[in-house]
Design a protein around this ligand. Structure first.
Ligand SMILES: [Cu+2]
Length: 428
């Protein structure tokens, strides 16, 4: 609420990164932003404590760490990031607010009323990105977890390399703490640091590659079906691949120095966030919709959503990267006609409208199907995960007695044990 109010009490002109000294001047709206980020950060830390404690301490009998649905590993890795990284941006924004309101010289390097403030503006960039790079994984790791969760269901096969996938989430979370300097290659810090941040950033490709090969291995030889959640899962992989392949181009200092602050970065970030978060989020909505409402969504509308959105998104993100290479800069409202990117910009804009329209289809689908959709039953996807073994929508008391986990989470008949949860066997 305070964050929304900040726009009413005066605009921002330092972008979403709130770089000082600009954010120390200008409207009082910044002060609102500083406080709301601090409050959101605190709630994020407390929420992560809840999830970590639940995953480590409250699992049912028989559910060892390596028997959890793989999404839980993704949430665990995400929560570790939230618990350990968020304090840095919280303190950063608190210091910004102190500097604005109390005049404490922390970030401002300039002369104010004849006094040299002696602040260090790069300190904000370090604190900001030390949180904000891992924060990307707060979006992306649960999204990748959803991909790993849904592929076995629609391939009727165990998740390929389960343990490696579980540990790769933790590895991405840990390596994510070593890479923040890649946002600051042009900031003027010590040049040798660029090499260190380049190498650590390229390392992220290793655990991410583990996930990609796991997804291919899971689908390989499976009995694939393609309802809307599976389509969005496959769309996620295609889009995340665009984001993934454009990443090393920006991680490499020699190319980043040219591409910094261009639309290439915008295209890369859109592909990473859509592939790693938005597409999996839509897959998850369609997948768990029958569990939440007790009814099926409209499959034809869902497929229209997918087939409009996915090609449009490829056009948009690859188009953004292309105009970026041709010289389109970020953070400006207009561009030089001489760049020759008008056609590209038109395609990007049209694609954006197609994406927005397709999402309207989904919203209509979700609301109308809740009234008229076919009754789904407890387990329309024949998933083995515990939430599908109870009625849809989920009753107030999910299981009448504690459960015991007796099998492997993704054993679709191949390993020979039919059940995953046994009701009433977990209270000894
Ligand atoms: Cu980053």
């Amino acid at each position: 609420m305070t964050l929304l109010l900040s726009a009413l009490v005066g605009g921002w002109d330092s972008g979403w990164t709130m770089y000082p000294p600009l954010s120390l001047q200008g409207s009082v709206g910044y002060q609102f932003v500083f406080w709301s980020v601090f409050a959101i950060g605190l709630s994020s830390i407390l929420g992560s404590l809840n999830l970590i404690a639940t995953i480590l301490l409250m699992r049912p009998k028989g559910m060892s760490m390596f028997r959890m649905p793989i999404f839980c590993w993704a949430v665990l890795a995400t929560s570790i990031i939230q618990l350990t990284a968020t304090q840095f941006i919280g303190i950063d924004f608190l210091l910004l607010s102190f500097e604005r309101s109390l005049g404490m010289p922390i970030f401002n390097p300039m002369m104010v009323e004849g006094v040299n403030m002696g602040g260090e503006p790069l300190l904000h960039q370090h604190l900001f990105w030390f949180y904000s790079h891992p924060a990307v994984y707060v979006f992306v790791l649960p999204g990748l977890g959803i991909i790993s969760e849904l592929l076995p269901v629609f391939s009727r096969k165990p998740l390929f390399g389960y343990r490696w996938v579980a540990l790769s989430s933790i590895a991405i979370a840990l390596v994510g703490f070593l890479v923040w300097g890649h946002h600051m290659f042009t900031s003027g810090y010590q040049p040798y640091l660029r090499v260190a941040f380049m190498i650590s950033t390229l390392l992220v490709a290793v655990p991410t590659g583990v996930k990609f090969f796991s997804w291919l291995g899971t689908m390989w030889g499976g009995r694939l079906t393609f309802p809307t959640p599976m389509l969005f899962t496959l769309g996620s992989i295609s889009v995340f691949l665009i984001g993934g392949l454009s990443g090393p181009v920006l991680a490499t200092t020699t190319t980043d120095l040219f591409l910094h602050d261009t639309y290439f970065v915008v295209g890369h970030f859109h592909a990473t966030i859509f592939g790693g978060f938005v597409f999996p989020f839509f897959a998850a909505i369609y997948f768990w919709y029958p569990k939440i409402t007790g009814r099926m969504y409209n499959e034809a509308l869902g497929k229209w959503h997918f087939w409009l959105m996915t090609p449009a998104f490829w056009v948009m993100s690859i188009g953004q990267m292309s105009v970026g290479v041709m010289g389109m800069r970020r953070h400006i409202a207009d561009y030089d006609a001489g760049l020759g990117i008008a056609t590209g910009q038109l395609w990007i804009t049209l694609a954006g409208f197609v994406i927005a329209f397709s999402i309207l289809l989904m919203i209509y689908n979700l609301f109308s199907s809740a009234e008229v959709g076919r009754v789904a039953g407890a387990n329309p996807w024949k998933s083995r995960s515990p939430e599908w073994q109870i009625a849809s929508p989920v009753p107030d008391i999910s299981y009448p007695a504690p459960i015991r986990v007796v099998g492997e989470p993704y054993d679709y008949g191949l390993l020979g044990s039919p059940n995953y949860v046994a009701v009433g066997a977990g209270d000894d």
